[in-house]
Design a protein around this ligand. Structure first.
Ligand SMILES: *Cc1c(COP(=O)(O)O)cnc(C)c1O
Length: 497
């Protein structure tokens, strides 16, 4: 199994190398040259296995430079307690006969990013080893919330690694901030930036392209890398839970072998839903993939019209992890749908960089519509969906999951499609207490982590252990720097300068 860039198909590298490099030199993303096939027999075999066994098996189809013993060990370590608190790792919650929720938030940070970031650091360090890399790696992250904490937990005390997370001082929720500032581990450093997410992101990019700093760090046997969602090492573990959900539905008898199902995914950077598409390419029986957006509905417009246009207002919403105008992983979908045409993808991406928009031909658009449906959800509807779902089913969902559920509802209404559908649930409602309590129509004052108990009290729902533990935590990291101070912070942490 070899990997090529989405912009140029000539350079072929192994999976381990794709993970080490992160992004191709031509600016493209790494994709498998072809997809492994998942036969009905293989699915049948996987139904009898645990989540971590399913994960090791599927990852082995993509990462040939790892032995199955290695992958089994990585997955067992990644998906067991105390990190993952649920015995089936990624359980389904059945709402009614044709609706299940796939809960991807039973990991240490209570958001779906854990599904990939618990296993990716193990794969990355082993890949570095295989590539003969003797230096330590320092992961730099600029985060708007969920990714920073998930990366900290994933890299915490992993030998040969360090991690520095920058978050915007006034741009994350109280729960998210305390989750990060109370982070344990000898190799971690968390610092807030005076500015917004874009400022933090710009600062990190400047550090990556600073040649002098890289020379200094090289002398200390350290190099910088990133763990963002365009790295192949984050995508491959995400394919697993789509296959696993299908197996669980077979096991509980809600579908017959060979039956097609829908997935509805709350989408931001297009990583999660892309993994679902890849599982379909492998042969998983999927009828429709429903791409759900919040008020930032650039993807809905694209899927409907074939025009991707980021020249539009940016809205801050109650589902902040989906507030995004450029969905980086869409490039990988375009590559597959244009017949692996790197030239075409390069042209779209340079149009996006120059004019902020591109248009795909009719043939590509009809391929998109063969498998994808889409929809967007307003702020009011997001809140109403949380309230209604709790009132009618006693089931508490977060703001991102609510966007997806509402979009599925609209899809069913307009198409009459009653195929069994799985809503991908991406975060614990306790991560977004303020919005969720408001959605339930309950009064609350103040903010901060005290709202966690308030939400539990109102709903009689158990708080996930990692969030319950937060109220006894005190911040370990309290420093804040202007954007210009970010580089000095990196130098200090990595070398005591
Ligand atoms: C990151 C995130 C998303 C968006 O996922 P993408 O892979 O970027 O599309 C949705 N919901 C939550 C809670 C997230 O943290």
């Amino acid at each position: 199994m070899l990997y090529q860039s989405t912009r140029n198909g000539t350079d072929l590298i192994s999976g381990a190398e794709a993970i080490v490099r992160g992004i191709s030199e031509d600016g493209g993303l790494f994709v498998p040259q072809s997809f492994p096939v998942l036969t009905d027999d293989m699915i049948n075999l996987l139904t009898k296995k645990t989540y971590s066994e399913r994960a090791a098996y599927i990852m082995s189809l993509f990462l040939n430079d790892f032995s199955s013993t290695e992958l089994t060990e990585f997955c067992e370590e990644a998906y067991r307690e105390p990190g993952f608190t649920h015995s089936s790792t990624a359980p389904l919650h059945k709402l009614d006969k044709i609706t299940h929720f796939l809960e991807l938030w039973h990991g240490p940070t209570c958001a779906f990013k854990d599904m990939a970031l618990q296993v990716m650091p193990r794969v990355l360090t082993a890949s570095l080893h295989k590539a003969g890399e003797a230096r330590d790696v320092c992961i730099l992250v600029a985060t708007s919330g969920d990714t920073g904490k998930a990366a900290l937990e994933g890299f915490r005390d992993v030998p040969g690694t360090k991690i520095i997370v920058f978050y915007p001082r006034d741009g994350v929720s109280d729960v998210q901030e305390l989750q990060m500032t109370s982070q344990a581990g000898e190799n971690v450093y968390v610092i807030s930036v005076e500015g917004n997410f874009d400022d933090a992101q710009t600062g990190v990019k400047a550090i990556f392209s600073n040649k002098e700093l890289s020379t200094v760090l090289n002398e200390k046997r350290i190099f910088l890398s990133s763990a963002n969602s365009i790295n192949w090492g984050r995508l491959v573990p995400q394919i697993v839970y789509y296959v696993s959900a299908y197996c669980d539905l077979l096991n509980c008898g809600d579908i017959e072998p060979g039956e097609k199902i829908n997935f509805c995914v709350p989408t931001g950077n297009f990583g999660n839903i892309l993994a679902a598409y890849y599982s379909e390419l492998m042969g998983l029986r999927i009828n429709k993939l429903i791409c759900a957006s919040n008020r930032n509905d650039v993807l809905t417009q694209f899927i409907k019209t074939g025009v991707y246009d980021k020249n539009r207002p940016f809205y801050t919403t109650v589902s902040p992890s989906m507030d995004i105008l450029v969905s980086s992983n869409l490039e990988r979908l375009l590559f597959e749908l244009s017949g692996k045409n790197g030239g075409a993808v390069s042209a779209y991406m340079s149009a996006l960089a120059d004019e902020g928009r591109y248009i795909v031909p009719g043939a590509v658009q009809s391929e998109i519509n063969r498998i994808f449906a889409c929809g967007h959800c307003s702020e009011t509807d997001t809140m109403a969906t949380i309230g209604d779902t709790f009132k009618h089913h006693g089931y508490l969902i977060d703001t991102h999951t609510a966007v997806a559920y509402k979009v599925l509802d609209d899809y069913r209404e307009t198409t009459g499609d009653n195929t069994l559908s799985v809503v991908v649930s991406t975060a614990s409602p306790f991560k977004f207490c303020d919005s969720v309590i408001t959605a339930l129509g309950q009064p609350h004052s103040g903010g901060g982590v005290a709202l966690i108990d308030r939400l539990a009290e109102i709903t009689g729902t158990a708080v996930p252990a990692p969030l319950a533990a937060l109220k006894d935590q005190t911040p370990r990291f309290t420093e804040s720097v202007p954007v210009e101070g970010m580089e000095a912070a990196v130098r200090w942490f990595l070398g005591g300068e």
